[in-house]
Design a protein around this ligand. Sequence first.
Ligand code: TXA
Ligand code: MG
Length: 369
Amino acid sequence: MIHVLAAAERNIKNAVGRNNMNTVIAKVDPNNIDRNIINEAACILKNGGLVAFPTETVYGLGANGLNKDACKKIYEAKGRPSDNPLILHISDISQLSKLISEKNDISEKIIKKFWPGPLTLIFKKSEIVPNEVSGGLNTVAIRYPENPVAKALIDACGFPIAAPSANSSGKPSPTLAKHVYDDLLGKIDMIIDGGSTVFGLESTIIDVSEGKAVILRPGAITKEMLEEIIDNVGIDPSILKLSSDVKPKAPGMKYKHYSPNAEVILVKGDKNNVINYINKCIKEKSEENKSVGVMTVDENIILYNSQNVISLGKSEDFEEIGKNLFKALREFDYRNTDFVYSECFEEVGEGLAIMNRLKKSAGGKIINV
Ligand code: TXA
Ligand code: MG
């Protein structure tokens, strides 16, 4: 099925992971796509296998979205709870109508402005969508990504690709092929390495299934951007208040997420108070022989008394901060960090998505100083 004979010239290698499956790893330049690699990946997907591929948000773990047995393998490889539905990825608007049973003016407006892109829509589903995709709901999540490698792969398959983020369940979503390799080597058939993702946070999810727009997961397409084209953009209450008594509408949003091995602690308040508090914690934890990391911004990096400080970018540059967040959380693991203290960000624009992911990585713990 897979021709690895020309491995060198096509930049393909095979690696065996802990679970003993051969995982083919193939580099693809998004600006000069090697069709042989895409065809091999499509062949794996047609035969019910799993392929991780880049999108402009995060890497996805793909399976044939109309094949329930293939979709089941996604849950096994990720260790994902079975009630957490998958997003179907399409590569042309014409593929939408057979997957859904209802459209409306709101979805039309959003699609026109934001597809292809970092945005997922929830529609009432059609009968061909398997329960393994919809998690037993009567709705389905659809995304039309812009990344050329993702688009080429979906085109080559001729069916929608079901793909959650390509991480082990609970870990930060992968923004580099290396992250996928670290989590899923030996558990999946292929990883397409298309370099670093552009946005670094998963797509904004908007429920349009009930005739209005409600944000279920914040992302790079912000509430403010949506309000430029539609009135009354709602927001799932669980996003604003992380608490066990507010049940999120997107099933996946209820799970602890984005967690490195380190314990993440968010510190909020006046800048000087935050820095003083974190420096005090660095001192105390170091005396207990614990390794402490700090997540901050360029302007504050020199103010911390630790060797293990990562800046996410300039304090005003939420795009850059969003792009670097998951990579930084994983970097602390590579550095064997026990505790990560992070500054907080204003919850406007993309700041809402950044704080949503940060709060989840900290299990909701914020220290106000
Ligand atoms: O950027 C992204 O969206 C990436 C790339 C690969 O496309 N995918 C991604 O998938 O983040 P995943 O599975 O990690 O997150 C999908 C989220 C989950 O929280 C899931 O519960 C929610 O979408 N979801 C899927 N179908 C849904 C539905 N019918 N109703 C409500 N939420 C749904
Ligand atoms: Mg995910």
